[in-house]
Design a protein around this ligand. Structure first.
Ligand SMILES: Cc1cc2nc3c(=O)[nH]c(=O)nc-3n(C[C@H](O)[C@H](O)[C@H](O)COP(=O)(O)O)c2cc1C
Length: 169
């Protein structure tokens, strides 16, 4: 599968088959995060792969999204330096982690696996469940598994609406 196909194939999956993700598949997905670019190549991240049923249930509860626990693996993406800003004024941690997480979603698509970005969760509760230090920030949870979701067409704005030529309009 090429990058274009993976981008078009990836969609948010909110129901997962009761089927394990192999350690080889999981490693490929995590390696995609490892290879992501980051500001100054700091690689200021940790990825917590959660497979324990009880812990996944707790994460689903912390996000108030029960489908999360149906995935065989949930990956928590953790930023190690959430205070750091780029000279443009934008915090780098969210950008770094977003790229790494999206690398994982695309690699998962290539492997025939589904994912769903999860940004709605209690920061405090997730930190407590996973033992994440106070000075870090959990940026996203990423359920990973085989999709049991019906395929839905992507809803997107028209290209003309989001692209400007030469000047913001
Ligand atoms: C930063 C971010 C946070 C998101 N948080 C959630 C979430 O908490 N729960 C959820 O079901 N989907 C969440 N999504 C998924 C979006 O709803 C989804 O990407 C969007 O509707 C487009 O659909 P698609 O991913 O299938 O293309 C999130 C996506 C992003 C990028």
């Amino acid at each position: 599968m090429n990058v274009q196909d993976a981008i078009l194939k990836r969609r948010s999956v909110r129901d997962y088959e009761d089927k394990e993700v192999s350690s080889d598949e999981l490693k490929k997905v995590l390696k995609a995060a490892q290879m992501a670019p980051s500001a100054h190549n700091d690689q200021p991240w940790k990825f917590v792969a959660v497979k324990k049923e009880e812990r996944k249930e707790k994460l689903a509860e912390a996000a108030q999204q029960s489908f999360i626990a149906t995935a065989p693996v949930v990956i928590a993406a953790v930023a190690l330096n959430p205070g750091k800003k780029m000279s443009c004024g934008v915090p780098s941690y969210a950008v770094n982690l977003a790229i790494a997480v999206d690398h994982m979603t695309l690699m998962a698509a290539e492997l025939g696996l589904g994912t769903c970005w999860i940004g709605a969760f209690s920061q405090e509760k997730v930190k407590e469940i996973l033992g994440v230090p106070d000075d870090c920030k959990v940026v996203s949870l990423l359920p990973l598994g085989f999709s049991a979701d019906d395929s839905k067409p992507k809803r997107r704005k028209d290209l003309e609406e989001i692209i400007c030529n030469n000047k913001f309009q």
